[in-house]
Design a protein around this ligand. Sequence first.
Ligand code: AMP
Length: 605
Amino acid sequence: MTEQNPQGESSCAVDLPISAETQTPPEEMETKAIASESEPIEPSAEPEATAPSGFSGFGFSDALLETLATKGYDEPSPIQRAAFPELMLGRDLVGQAQTGTGKTAAFALPLLERLQEGQRKPQALVLAPTRELAMQVADSFKAYAAGHPHLRVLAVYGGSDFRSQINALRRGVDVVVGTPGRVMDHMRQGTLDTSELRSLVLDEADEMLRMGFIDDVEWILEQLPEERQVVLFSATMPPEIRRLSKRYLNDPAEVTIQTKDREGKRIRQRSITVPMSHKLEALRRVLDACGSEGVIIFARTKAITLTVSETLEACGHQVAVLNGDVPQNQRERTVERLRSGSVDILVATDVAARGLDVDRIGMVINYDMPFDSEAYVHRIGRTGRAGRSGEAVLFVTPRERRFISNMERATGQPIEPMEIPGNAAINQGRLDRLRSRLSDAARNSRDSEEETALLQELIQRIGTELEMPAEQLALAALSLAIGPAPFLCQGDEEWIQQAAAGGRRRERDRDRGDGRRRGERPSRPPEDTMQRYRVEVGHRDRVKPGNLVGAIAGETGLQGRSIGRIQIFDHHSLVDLPKGMPEDVFNNLRSLRVMNRELQISQAS
Ligand code: AMP
């Protein structure tokens, strides 16, 4: 598997097996690493007390071997097995691998081992695209350096206190992990001295490229000492990264972990064709049918992240937003809330979600199509982590359908078509989730024995008072847990399907030039299948389209219905709803309050 590439560099491809069941043991190659492995890295439950055999033989110190054993690392992952021997020799390396493969330890362990004691100036510098990743990598370094208490690791990134970073740098630091902009600032003003630097790591190089940091990275590379080791990790290898590697790396070893198959197989990818005007409703339905715990929704703009999150919040979901307007320190808290489960859904733009690494993400929804297939690969890579399976759903308008094949090529996997979930799918989803919550609750008793006793007594007392069997009481308890809203979704599901189909027809017509174009003046009449309504809330009430969509779709009996164009004026708004709205639904809407004002809906003339 060791090959010569046109530059005469030896390279080694690491193919991960297609199936998670096939546990092929890693094959050691004569010179550079490895063949294959399969499963994601799971720390073993019972760490060995002695040094783990899997990591001995790379020349690591006993202290490091002990730290690894304590962390429960038994065996190196394929990327580690491939990288350790090269990096311990001080060689440059290009690694194609995503997060989740163990790439951080792949470079961190050899770098730590090669540090020289008693130096005051930084010896290793890691560049990462985001503050979050920089912090994660710095934390990993600190954890791996547990057996080397004298080592100092510092994370430097924008948005945090410059002065304290300068002070730490003055006191002496061995490893600096930072975002390119802040690292460059420190270098420019002489607070980060790179004259003794021995190693530089570019982590998630393609992300840095996509985020526009490549000039900064090149500037940094230009300033480094001639004699230095450069390690470049990237999930994808666009030509610009190859160019960078050719220019700045010296005869690098190449290691490729083909995560494509592995990620692709673990992530089920589907696409829903839906016109722009019905995306919100389709989204609500997907979340309702598939569950909404640990979901990332990618939207194209900040404004869309807000509309989506407001709509979902109005439907009772726990949502957080991550976009460029969210200050750095709050981003961290948001990611932490997602990780801990206090928030279920994150609505994010691509840039804000860079490097986001949260194991509990079960589904990624591409609410808007990504700009290119690389962005798609990155987005869906946020799910299917830590050995779990993941779902990826891509919303495409009829015009965007032609781009699906690009994404399929990029992931090497088919993207199956999916219908907007109907009522039956939604109800099945609700029932399944209720069943699993109930059985979890039944299996796991409450933490407090005192409370359990109290609740048991309560049940017995009520059972005796009302002369009711336990089953009837269990039903009552369940009903209490569900709440008063109808459990089953019974809205007119054909509405959304037809409206979606109508939208498809309309977009097709527009493609052919028969219809109206985007960016039309607001006075255009409603579509054929829609009726325009007037509601008495407007800008003066600070209403946003998301509030109206959420309220109309979620808080009345309009489950499953689609909402079209919304125009907000100072004192009122116009909302297009599919024709033929039942009278009772209309009456419900009249008294519905949005932003503290009754809608007083009426047909617009
Ligand atoms: P990374 O790809 O660097 O983001 O690492 C993914 C996860 O795997 C992290 O939580 C690491 O702590 C963990 N990890 C890395 N290497 C190993 C290993 N050899 N054994 C067990 N866990 C590991």
